[in-house]
Design a protein around this ligand. Sequence first.
Ligand code: HPA
Length: 270
Amino acid sequence: MIDGISQAQAVITKRHPDFHPLVGVISGTGLGGLTEQLDGAQPIPYEALPGFPRPGVSGHQGHLVLAMVEDTPVAVLEGRAHLYEDGRADAMAVAVHTLAGLGCEALVLSNAAGGLDDDMVPGSVMLLTDHINFTGQSPLFGETGDDRFVDMTDAYDPALRYRILALAAEMDLPLHQGVYGWFAGPNFETPAEVRAAGILGANAVGMSTVPEVILARHAGMRVAALSVITNRAAGLGDDLLSHEQTKANAALATDQVQRLLLAFLAEYGA
Ligand code: HPA
């Protein structure tokens, strides 16, 4: 893994020697259009980056994009690998550590999720306050140093959350807060699993983000994450669940999430 990190970093710094990103972004299903809003965005396909994933899920691209959001240099990963693709919880390890190696202090993630709370209807957005890992997997399996024992208290950085909440209020964007339950997928949860997750404290369920958060905390980055609620979680709504629905309903909140993210990124480096 270490080799992949330094090789990927070398490719990026060779192409863009004067670019030093301060914040990393990993965008989820249907939210990959963020960088289309940015002038001078410089995409590097994952194929050029050793150890980066080959996203195999529709709705996900596979680019690292370097761009300025006003005065903030950012590195956006458009496309992620998931545990369900090849059973590897550490599929994003090289990508996340490369962002840290390039100098990113913070990582902001977005995902699509099913909502459990009554008011979390499709198109709602939830700021993660915490997570529950229902998979039994960790991207740190096999790590050796003492720093593998990562403290996950305040994994979702309170100061970053505060800023995002303040910006959402200023922009008049409704923003829920809650706990994200990570399931392995690729099948959706059963209604009984959703009920169990709710009893245990989850407000939304999804199949991503948590391994990247653990990797980012291991790499010393501060983290913030947003879920776009694309459906009522299994058993709670009338619709059948599908990836088509996830992609279509993610679009309901794309604009809101992009505006919020861009405001946060612009303010970060100001
Ligand atoms: N469950 C898991 N992942 C998801 C869901 C869901 O209901 N919706 C979008 N991604």
